[in-house]
Design a protein around this ligand. Structure first.
Ligand SMILES: Nc1ncnc2c1ncn2[C@@H]1O[C@H](COP(=O)(O)OP(=O)(O)OP(=O)(O)O)[C@@H](O)[C@H]1O
Length: 307
């Protein structure tokens, strides 16, 4: 099978750079996202995710670099891009004192949709919001607010969705429902770039791009990242997990020691030193090697930035 052709890339940008004063926030970032792909954008706080997303949707002008979004030039055609993408910011930006329907009709008006009422009706059904159409937005729970915000940004049927931590602070069930919707829409050809700090969400992306210091340091599917980083992980179970985690955190060769429920995960790059550390700390835990979790990999990558 042939790979995507250049015209199949909904996002195709090269060497993007952005400085704020003396701070280089995005530093030579190149990214291609194919039509219908769900691409996860990960990285520590301040690694440049929001800034990149804002350059992609025509809200910020890069200091250097070039590229296209939806086939439009990110610098020259920024106003057209702004009208054609769906962009959901970290903050709820709708009117709390308007109803769900009023908010959506307002957005439909801004996009000058030819049949605003029809578009809102169709989307209320599609997003299962009809039952809440007359409720004030400010009275919705966090999960429903996110759903309303997502509805508002897909009302004009964009071909590209840029979502900046869309589910921050939302419970697991609402997040799952939100992601089911995203997958549904991607199945219909919508392309999605979504920043997140949640590992379960990263696992639902076809590809994960990990940023540090405004650069992409690693990218691939969750499985590829696990293989590429080459982390070794052991799991200890039994009594004394809390004591063991304290001892192991300080031990040489241990990059991360994390308790997951009643099990202790210890991860590192050097198998021999890791085994030595586990052996040296004694205790009554039963140890076995386990496949690393994506979370282990990201903790490892975050640790590298600190070091
Ligand atoms: N308008 C601005 N003026 C000055 N500095 C800014 C501006 N916008 C962002 N920054 C700085 O740029 C850096 C990158 O910010 P950005 O919001 O892109 O990161 P992020 O990866 O989205 O972080 P988070 O995960 O916390 O949302 C931060 O240090 C931030 O303080």
């Amino acid at each position: 099978m042939n790979g995507p052709k250049p015209e199949d890339y909904v996002i195709d940008v090269h060497d993007l750079r952005k400085d704020f004063g003396t701070l280089r926030v995005v530093d030579g970032l190149s990214l291609r996202v194919a039509r219908g792909e769900i691409c996860g954008f990960l990285g520590a706080n301040g690694s440049g995710k929001t800034t990149t997303i804002r350059m992609l949707c025509g809200l910020l002008v890069p200091d250097a670099g070039r590229g296209t979004c939806l086939g439009l030039d990110i610098i020259r055609d920024a106003p057209r891009i702004r009208r054609q993408v769906g962009y959901m910011t970290q903050r709820f930006s709708l009117y709390e004192d308007l109803t769900v329907r009023e908010n959506l009709e307002l957005v439909a008006g801004i996009y000058e949709l030819s049949d605003p009422r029809g578009a809102v009706d169709a989307m209320l059904d599609r997003m299962e919001l009809r039952g809440r159409a007359s409720q004030l937005a400010g009275q919705l729970s966090g999960g429903w607010k996110q759903r309303l915000a997502l509805t508002a940004c897909v009302l004009h049927r964009p071909a590209l969705l840029l979502l900046d931590e869309p589910t921050a602070g939302v419970d697991a069930r609402a997040r799952r429902a939100f992601w089911d919707l995203i997958h549904d829409m991607a199945g219909g050809g919508l392309t999605v770039l979504v920043s997140t700090h949640y590992m379960d969400e990263a696992e639902r992306c076809a590809r994960v791009v990990y940023l540090a210091g405004g650069r992409i340091v690693v990218q691939g599917s969750a499985g590829e990242l696990l293989a590429r980083v080459g982390l070794v992980t052991f799991e200890g179970t039994g009594d004394g997990v809390e004591d063991a985690v304290r001892r192991l955190r300080e031990a040489p060769g241990v990059e991360a020691a994390t308790v997951f429920g009643r099990a202790l995960h210890v991860a590192g790059m050097d198998r021999a030193r890791l085994e030595e550390a586990i052996h040296a700390q004694g205790g009554g835990l039963a140890w076995q090697e386990v496949p690393p979790r994506l979370e282990d990999v990201f903790i490892h990558l975050l640790g590298q930035e600190d070091g």
